[in-house]
Design a protein around this ligand. Structure first.
Ligand code: CP
Ligand code: NVA
Length: 306
C-alpha cells in the first residue's frame, strides 16, 4: 500500500489491516494512551473544495499521531494560480512526508501520486471518497460485529460516495443495492470493478431505479446530498428529480427492523433525508463522523510510517 486513492486499489487484507488498526487507535485514544507513531512527520493537506470533517479529522488525527498537519488552501498556494500538478508534487515531496488532497478532478490526485515521491491520500474527488467509505465500513463493523453477508442500500445520487460504497461493499463481501434515477447512475467503470470484486467476495451488486426494491432486507441505509460540491447550478433540477428518492420514515421502515442509517454529512434535512430518520434512534451519523478521524489515523500510520 503506497497511496490511498481508490478502495479498488486495496486488497481485502489491507482493508482489514486498516480497520483493525482503527479499532486499536480509537481504543487507545479513549483510554488516553499516546501513540506518536508519526512523530516528526508532516502531512500537507490541499483543499480546492470546502470541508468540515475531512479537514478537522485529518488535522487533529495528525496531531494525535505526534505529527504536524499543514493546511494548504488552493486559494493560497500557487496551484490555484495555474502551477502544474507535476511541479507541485515535486516541490512538496521535498518538504513533507505525505499529501492529502480534496479536489475536483480524480486524475489530479493520480498525477500527484505519480509525480511525487510521498504517499498521497484522496480526501474526495468528483469520482470517489475512499476515506469516508472506510470509516463507514468501520462504523458498520462496530455496530453489527460483521460486514460480510450484510446488505447496504444506497438511495439517491450515484455520486462519489455511492461509487466508493460500490468498491468498499463489494470488496468486503457486503451486498450493495444502489437506487438512483436515470441519468444519475454510478460510474460505469466503477460498477464493472465492483461486480468483479463482488464475484471474488461472494456478494451482490444490485442497480435499480426503485428505492423500495433497494431498501428491502437492508441492514444499512445510506444517502447523501442531491447537490454535490460543484453542482450548485443544477440545484433546482436535481431537487425535482430526486424527490422520489427521499429517505423518509416510510421508506426507512421497509428496511430490516434493526437497520442503521448512515450519511457522510453534510446533510440537508427535508431533502435527501427527513428528521425522523437522520435524528432517530437508528441513525449513526455522529459515530460515523467521529470514525473518520480514527480510520484516517490508521491510514496515515500505515502509509507514512514505511
Ligand atoms: N463527509 C465529509 O467528507 O465531510 P466534509 O465535506 O465536511 O469534509
Ligand atoms: N457528495 C458530496 C460529499 C460531501 C462530503 C460532495 O461531493 O459534495
Amino acid at each position: 500500500m503506497k497511496h490511498l486513492i481508490s478502495i479498488n486499489g486495496l486488497t481485502l487484507d489491507e482493508i482489514e489491516e486498516i480497520l483493525k488498526l482503527s479499532e486499536k487507535l480509537k481504543r487507545q485514544q479513549k483510554e488516553g494512551i499516546q501513540h506518536h507513531i508519526l512523530k516528526g512527520k508532516t502531512l500537507g493537506m490541499i483543499f480546492t473544495k470546502s470541508s468540515t470533517r475531512t479537514r478537522v479529522s485529518f488535522e487533529v488525527g495528525m496531531y494525535q499521531l505526534g505529527g504536524y498537519p499543514l493546511f494548504l488552501s488552493a486559494n493560497d498556494i500557487q496551484l490555484g494560480r495555474g502551477e502544474t500538478i507535476y511541479d507541485t508534487a515535486q516541490v512538496l515531496s521535498r518538504y513533507i512526508d505525505g499529501i492529502m488532497i480534496r479536489t475536483f478532478k480524480h486524475s489530479d490526485v493520480e498525477e500527484l501520486a505519480k509525480y511525487g515521491s510521498v504517499p498521497v491520500i484522496n480526501g474526495l474527488t468528483d469520482l470517489m471518497h475512499p476515506c469516508q467509505i472506510l470509516a463507514d465500513l468501520f462504523t458498520v463493523y462496530e455496530h453489527k460485529g460483521t460486514l460480510k453477508g450484510l446488505k447496504l442500500a444506497y438511495v439517491g445520487d450515484g455520486n462519489n460516495v455511492a461509487n466508493s460504497l460500490l468498491h468498499g461493499c463489494a470488496k468486503v463481501g457486503m451486498d450493495i443495492a444502489v437506487a438512483a434515477p436515470k441519468g444519475y447512475e454510478c460510474d460505469k467503470t466503477i460498477i464493472a470493478e465492483a461486480k468483479e470484486a463482488a464475484k471474488a467476495s461472494g456478494s451482490q451488486v444490485i442497480l435499480t431505479e426503485d428505492p423500495v426494491e433497494a431498501i428491502r432486507n437492508a441492514d444499512v441505509v445510506y444517502t447523501d446530498t442531491w447537490v454535490s460540491m460543484g453542482q450548485e447550478a443544477e440545484k433546482e433540477q436535481r431537487i425535482k428529480t430526486f424527490l422520489p428518492y427521499q429517505v423518509n420514515g416510510e421508506l426507512f421502515s421497509k428496511a430490516n427492523e434493526d437497520a442503521v442509517f448512515l450519511h457522510c454529512l453534510p446533510a440537508y434535512r427535508g431533502y435527501e433525508v427527513t428528521e425522523d430518520v437522520i435524528d432517530g434512534p437508528q441513525s449513526l451519523i455522529f459515530d460515523e463522523a467521529e470514525n473518520r478521524m480514527h480510520v484516517q489515523k490508521a491510514i496515515m500510520a500505515i502509509l507514512m510510517n514505511q
